[in-house]
Design a protein around this ligand. Sequence first.
Ligand code: TUI
Length: 306
Amino acid sequence: METRVTKMLGIQYPIIQGGMAWVAEHHLAAAVSAAGGLGLIGGANAPGEVVREEIRKAKELTDKPFGVNVMLMSPYADDVAKVVVEEGIQVVTTGAGNPEKYMDLWKSAKIKVIPVVASVALAKRMEKYGADAVVAEGCESGGHIGEATTMTLVPQVKDAVSIPVIAAGGIGDGRGIAASFMLGAEAVQIGTRFVVANESIVHENYKQRIIKAKDIDSAVTGRSHGHPIRGLRNKMTREYLKMEQEGKSFEELEYLTLGSLRRAVQEGDVQEGTVMAGQIAGMIGKEQSCKEIIEEMMAEASALLK
Ligand code: TUI
């Protein structure tokens, strides 16, 4: 399944890993890249120097290319944008905003720039500003999401741009990959399934919460203040949604979630922490290595696309 994306990135399989905050650290990124996909280190809200360390540790684990996701709402986004250039990173994805102001810097460093978009408008704008591909991410995804579903967004983005489109949101097996290709994608971005990978450092409670999740177990918090986040239902999401209904302010809601993703990922507090995950969690049934995940998905997809 060679596509413009596999050729551009020098990867064996058309699979890129989501740049998940707190989850996408060097072990996971290196394992996905070593298995023939494109691993990513998630910059999230981390300072530039922390991201630099992660990049260096990933380089020790694999010779294969890997990328960095720059989370544009981070107060450290400017620093991370420079660190990726200094560390010779060849692929950058961006999320939760418009990366226009970094395009010149990255393009002059010959970095492949792949913004994650949730609308046709941003996809077109990114192409105009020199993006090499876009990830069209539907609202089935975990974490910060837009409004459109993957099924509706991917073909509309495909029709609107000439650069390759990578599908994301709700993809967790070979059927999802095959379906994405039918919609015009030339690769997929996978998040939730890699959260439960053996190489993922998230707390076992977090992995088990995903493994036990059912189809309708996720909820979207933050719609009232324009920053919707999808995660698995728990005490935190119930309280958050109740406070949103009561019209509580952004500050009060923010206070509730301060550090809550870290608490779930590192301490395993899956009741009061934030368990970001996509709607496909209901289909994910076991922990496997990144290599097993990728090879199983590719075998299924290849058989369907024959
Ligand atoms: O970025 C993501 N997913 C994320 S980022 C994240 S960390 C975080 N934590 C707390 C609050 C906010 C973020 C967790 N999950 N996915 C890519 C993505 N980007 N989804 C949607 C968007 C997006 C939305 C609106 C991109 C651009 C945009 O508008 C930009 C503009 O200026 O038009």
